[in-house]
Design a protein around this ligand. Sequence first.
Ligand SMILES: C[S@@+](CC[C@H](N)C(=O)[O-])C[C@H]1O[C@@H](n2cnc3c(N)ncnc32)[C@H](O)[C@@H]1O
Length: 231
Amino acid sequence: MSEERADRLAGVLAAPKPETVIDIGCGWGELLLRVLEAAPQARGTGLDRHGPDMERARDNAAKRGLAERVTFVQGEAKEHLSAADLVISSGAYQVFGSIPEALQALRPLVNPGGRLLFACEIWERTPTAEELAQMWPGTTLETCLYLADVVDEAVAAGFRPLRIEMATTDEWDWFESGYAASSEEWLLANDDHPEADAVRAELDAHRTRWLRGTREVMGYAYLLLGVPAQV
Ligand SMILES: C[S@@+](CC[C@H](N)C(=O)[O-])C[C@H]1O[C@@H](n2cnc3c(N)ncnc32)[C@H](O)[C@@H]1O
């Protein structure tokens, strides 16, 4: 996600003045922290099972003066769920199974009148068999839905779509090359290191998955979803 999108989304998510925010599968919690900065009345909870991300999230919260308003809980997200005015699920629908299962499970977690930011991979177009074969092992046509189908699933789960947007190819390229960049730098400086061959092989595999598999085929959608104010 670009800086510009992150700040804009944080502003949009903060605008209804949520009191409570939960980010399920929050990674290192960057979006949650930005929302809390934009919503000074809000308290937040971030859930993730990856310990190093939780430590980084707590460090960042402390550096930005947010430690008193946010709790990061390490563990299986389903064991720590609670309802909130704003629920975030970005790149983490797998916590609940499939995308339709996630949307159904997330609906009761959104307080009346509240919002869900749901972000997930989608097919921008149908991948060819050759492209599918270059993606992660086990990727099939069923791995993603098309944008219209994700939105239909959200509506079927009881949400109304307030905003629908897609990551741009530039954002994807920045994300994918950024993922590799520090390892590529390390490789240039450590070509004779005993682990260099393994690092090079992983970087080459990553680049193939991206440039021959997912690029301009798999997209990333951001859905801002609302629920009725009446119970
Ligand atoms: C693709 S990352 C997305 C992180 C962040 N939400 C973002 O948009 O950048 C998915 C995150 O979900 C977490 N996750 C996946 N399944 C989980 C589970 N069952 N319980 C807790 N965390 C989970 C992973 O550890 C990972 O940090």
